[in-house]
Ligand binder design. Structure first.
Ligand code: ARG
Length: 400
């Protein structure tokens, strides 16, 4: 009998998938849970996979590679999809695919499987990533094939003795990792409705946050955050600490009408407290150390890079090329940023760097000013030359 490695979350769909894969494909199923900061009780999930009928259940801790090889490169790129979504789910998928592929090879499996439906981006990200890393592996997506509604899936689970969580299952579809939490479905599908309270679990409602602001000082080295309030921390811990502080102050809620790769507009709610703070801080430091031209060019790379991540092309050559460019832009992105968190807002209130291009003696209006104002008329004369020339022969249109 051939073997399939299934990316297993412990939820209803992937639990049903264990049984379904055995029934439909007559395969041995190895459940694999990839920990990128999403799951509480990994041992319980492992046990559940075995109870439902997996031949073997594996748990892989991938938090370190997630932060250092996926999240931080994306942070250096300032990658945010459609100026709103910090791409938490999108960054997790290629890593999950990579871990699936490794396990499949180790276990001699001929296929991998995942719980994505046929309407979302996640299927694309996993399928394309697996194809890039191990084209010989077959990819099976049960939820894309079985055509069951949620009620039918529950009925299937009941008839196959698959435990359905006794606690009221969430009315939402949720994906979580260290970089963010994605929430969709249920009442959120009406974009006119304000997201109910229970949508959010990482961030306090801004009206219930502390009445005193919190200040954070984040230090970066070459675009990578190194320390928080003077304390050096590993990436995962630093992200987690910022997550807690920002969440406490209601920072990190996003309500986005998003354009999916498969052509659907969908309403997505995100909670990404750490991502929002770190992206803001990182950009603030770049403003200080990169030139106007570098910043403008980088913003084009940023939007291209974010699209590649969103669209499942992490393992493409172009993503690697842009990563090399981004890496190069970070050579002087070293310094500190001070952030103020208050009532849902995250404000940059201070920044410094040994490589700062901010020159007080050029910027000041006080004494010590070295800017040569007498050179300005000559500069303006040349700068305005094309406008004067044009205005002479093509007079500008004036509003009535
Ligand atoms: N729309 C987001 C994305 O495409 C989030 C997807 C969330 N996935 C989920 N299974 N709930 O990255």
């Amino acid at each position: 009998m051939s073997t399939v490695v299934l990316a297993y979350s412990g939820g209803l769909d992937t639990s049903v998938a264990i049984k379904w894969l055995k029934e439909k494909y007559n395969m041995d199923v190895i459940a694999l849970t990839v920990d990128i900061g999403n799951v509480a009780d990994l041992e319980a999930i492992r046990q559940k996979a075995l109870d439902v009928g997996a031949m073997k259940a594996l748990v892989v801790d991938a938090k370190e590679p997630f932060i250092n090889s996926f999240v931080f490169p994306a942070l250096q790129a300032d990658a945010v999809y459609e100026s709103q979504y910090p791409l938490a789910t999108a960054l997790g998928r290629p890593l999950i695919a990579q871990v699936l592929v490794n396990a499949a090879k180790q276990e001699g499996a001929t296929a991998v499987a995942h719980g994505c439906t046929g309407k979302g981006n996640d299927q694309v990200r996993i399928d394309v990533s697996v194809a890039a890393l191990a084209p010989e592996l077959k990819v099976i997506a049960p939820a894309r094939e079985w055509n069951m509604t949620r009620e039918q899936t529950i009925a299937y689970a009941q008839s196959h003795h698959i435990p359905i969580p006794v606690t009221k299952t969430s009315p939402y579809s949720i994906d979580e990792n260290l970089w963010g939490r994605s929430i969709e479905c249920g009442v959120l599908e009406d974009p006119w409705l304000e997201p109910p309270r229970d949508v959010f679990v990482w961030t306090r409602p801004p009206e219930e946050t502390p009445n005193q602001p919190a200040y954070l000082e984040i230090e970066f080295n070459k675009g990578i955050p190194l320390s928080l309030n003077g304390q050096k921390l590993d990436g995962g811990t630093l992200v987690q600490r910022i997550h807690n502080l920002a969440g406490e102050h209601g920072v990190g809620r996003i309500d986005h009408i998003e354009n999916r790769l498969v052509g659907i507009k969908s309403r997505e709610i995100y909670e990404a407290p750490a991502a929002i703070v770190l992206l803001r801080a990182h950009q603030a430091l770049e403003e200080l150390v990169l030139t106007k031209e570098q910043l403008r060019f980088k913003s084009k790379v940023t939007s291209e890079y974010a699209d590649l991540i969103y669209n499942g092309l992490w393992f493409s050559g172009l993503r690697q090329d842009l990563a090399a460019y981004v890496e190069c832009t970070q050579r002087y992105v070293t310094g500190a940023v001070r952030i103020k968190l208050f009532k849902g807002n995250c404000q940059v209130v201070g920044r410094k760097s040994p490589y700062s291009l901010y020159d007080y003696s050029l910027a000041t209006y006080d004494k010590g000013d070295v800017f040569d104002q007498s050179a300005s008329p000559g500069f303006i004369h040349i700068w305005g030359l094309p406008v004067r020339t044009q205005a002479r022969v093509q007079p500008p249109e004036l509003p009535e």
